[in-house]
Design a protein around this ligand. Structure first.
Ligand SMILES: NC(=O)c1ccc[n+]([C@@H]2O[C@H](COP(=O)([O-])OP(=O)(O)OC[C@H]3O[C@@H](n4cnc5c(N)ncnc54)[C@H](O)[C@@H]3O)[C@@H](O)[C@H]2O)c1
Length: 322
């Protein structure tokens, strides 16, 4: 049994991770401040199952509050740090808020780990750190110094903060670069969720660019499997930060994503085309060689199945509204 502290526990990925950790018998402390990016009620619903489980303790804490974090940690705790202001486009409107949550927050968490004698940390980073000038498929040893959004800059800064602090404070860190995550509980701002909502309402989808931009969509179960593997890896890991891509290695063009959702809903989308938005990258595509060799990571859920599962969940939670 492992004692795991999950930050961002009420969010999309965090709440799934909490459920899986509890199901395998771990002791879990969940941290979240119910950031206003989307509704608190949605996040509370994400945590409903966990709240009833005996191994779970939830603390409503802002991750910049080092003192409260220290009180939540014991030296044998493994930290999985997923709390962040997520989302590329909103970061253009609020760079300072993103720096506070994603950079100051990561530094605060590392300091809390140090003060509590914790050495194992898994950080949820992002494929966005690769920017627009990394050769595809993206490999972890790319320099990744040309982010195209404040969000991407803060995720890369979080990684670099850990690189600076890990040797001083004996931290053994895995920085996991997630590639667009899909499935039930997906954040309402993300494409699959937004497009599903609009198509069911018979409203037009606003698509940016020419439809050829692509994303390496990854199902949440594959991501959580990668996180569990990384938790295990930190046990014997050297001090420092090691990077791992968690993607699907099958980039999907935007138009194919829309078609897949439309097929799952049995509907025909109305589309309005607009020019490419600042902050968006053209393509994401994970090279999984390293995460496969070192962690044994191998994604298994195809896009169509992930979208189908999302649509089923969406219909279930909105059934009462019809
Ligand atoms: N979803 C994706 O496609 C994706 C892709 C790449 C990386 N990521 C990263 O994965 C992590 C989880 O993403 P998600 O999609 O589940 O997002 P999410 O918004 O659903 O979850 C993040 C959680 O962090 C909490 N939070 C924000 N600021 C906080 C603070 N200061 N203190 C405490 N809690 C705070 C929020 O309330 C939220 O519940 C994030 O770090 C994100 O950057 C996500």
């Amino acid at each position: 049994m492992t004692r795991v502290l999950v930050t961002g526990a009420a969010g999309f990925i965090g709440s799934h991770l909490v459920d899986v950790l509890l199901a395998r018998g771990d002791d879990v402390v969940g941290i979240d401040n119910f950031d206003a990016f989307y509704a608190r009620s949605v996040k509370e619903a994400n945590l409903e199952g966990a709240m009833a489980a005996p191994g779970f303790e939830f603390r409503e804490i802002d991750i910049v509050d080092v003192g409260s974090l220290v009180e939540s940690l014991t030296p044998d705790t493994v930290i999985v740090h997923l709390a962040a202001k997520a989302g590329v486009r909103p970061s253009l409107e609020d760079p300072i808020g993103y720096v506070r949550a994603n950079v100051t927050g990561t530094a605060a968490l590392a300091e809390a780990a140090h003060r509590a004698g914790v050495t194992r940390l898994v950080f949820g980073s992002s494929s966005s750190v690769y920017g627009d000038d990394t050769k595809a498929p993206f490999s972890e040893d790319a320099v990744a110094i040309h982010p195209v959004s404040p969000y991407a800059a803060t995720k890369r800064s979080g990684e670099l903060m850990l690189e600076a602090l890990a040797p001083i404070w004996n931290l053994r860190c895995a920085a996991l670069r997630f590639f667009t995550v899909i499935g039930p509980r997906q954040r309402p701002d993300l494409a699959v969720h937004k497009f599903t909502r609009l198509m069911l309402a018979g409203e037009p989808l606003t698509l940016f660019g020419d439809g050829t931009q692509s994303r390496d969509y990854t199902y949440w179960e594959d991501i959580v499997d990668g996180v569990l593997r990384a938790i295990r890896w930190t046990e014997d890991a050297p001090v420092g930060v090691e990077y791992f891509n968690l993607g699907d290695a099958r980039p999907v063009p935007l138009t194919e994503l829309v078609d897949t959702i439309a097929a799952a809903l049995g509907t025909t989308p109305i589309i309005e085309w607009h020019p490419m938005q600042p902050g968006d990258v053209q393509h994401t595509f994970a090279d999984l060689t390293k995460s496969n060799q070192v962690l044994g990571y191998q994604p298994t859920t195809a896009l169509a199945e992930g979208v189908q599962n999302f649509v089923q969940w969406y219909r279930d939670i909105h059934d009462h509204e019809r």
